[in-house]
Design a protein around this ligand. Sequence first.
Ligand code: SAH
Length: 408
Amino acid sequence: MSDVTVTPAAPAPSSSRLQVRPELEGAQPIVASDGRPLLQFKSPRVSQPPVHLADLTLAERQDRLKELGHPGFRAKQLSTHYFSHYTTDPAVMSDLPKAGREELVRAMFPPLLTEVKRLTTDNGDTIKFLWRLFDGALVESVLMRYPGRVTLCVSSQAGCGMNCPFCATGQAGLTRNMSTAEIVDQVVAANRALAEDALGGLRTDGGHDADRVTNIVFMGMGEPLANYKRVMGALHRFIDDSPEGLGMSARNITVSTVGLVPAIDKLAAEAIPVTFALSLHAPDDELRDELIPVNTRWKVDEALDAAYNYYRTTGRRVSIEYALIKDMNDHAWRADLLAKKLNQRGRGWVHVNPIPLNPTPGSIWTASEKSVSTEFINRLRAAGIPTTLRDTRGKEIDGACGQLAAGE
Ligand code: SAH
């Protein structure tokens, strides 16, 4: 799967349904030589950053240290500095001998993310970070405080090869896969920023507020399941007990995908109970072929079967993501069809997260009218499907879903 570039079949001619066709004004859609949307599974740039402690398991860290002429037990010390204190500064590592400390730290913690820009919302509860990677590629992550939890939206690829026309990241194409440590370092950097009180906004009502990232969503740039091995490595670093990893709860980590069916099956078989989200956006193949080009490869029913299998295998209720796009996918009959397809597979296995479309440059698509999204949600609920409207946190700093384009 990772070595092919496929071009989906041309969309079927539009029928009589009322539907707004996309008009991309500024943005250039990426098309193959035959004019159809291009899917990129293989990263054009193959170079990866130098190996970092967070790329390795504890045993691998010990081996690497021995190769470098250090005792294996340094692995635990260095891991504690990084995963518990979020530091890579040799000056504070007083438990390491002074002689050779700098070299050791440089070898195990090559700098991966350079902060280019930090945008904070007016009320201070959301920060978007722009990072430059070792080869100049740019990625973003978004940190959000909610009562009692802190969520980080991480990127898994520089750019994205899935080419969804309503998503800003999709319009830029894929630059390369991110390494495990590049993914992990976004969380460690966010924890460091939190320790420096970057988010502020601590509750004054006496309630407890999280002082580190408690939830991670793979909803930043990239298609996580197209970078499977490195994302799996990052999941292990997130959930492994401290000091081997961050000691987070798997259920607080959400992996979101356009629907790469073989990779969904593989993820289910890993028996790591992360939360699984499928970006569906349409219950019918005719429209989904257009909104999610990979649908020409794996159809709505195949993606839903894989999501249902994820629930059966892990016991974790799955999320269906649905960006409500005015006159495009927000019709009442589509809500009914979605409910029917979900209920056909079982009850209690799924919930739906509609989100009003966030604007992206160059696209005339807009969010559904309030009354239309309310009707859409009510129809799902009436059919017994738990449905919650997602918030569009970070919109004013272009940090909301689908707006991450990593421009300077
Ligand atoms: N590639 C993965 C993860 C990144 S996108 C995926 O597609 O699931 C994270 C979520 O934001 C997905 O559900 C995606 O469909 C949604 N999204 C993309 N563009 C959006 C937009 N303009 N408005 C609202 N949601 C959007």
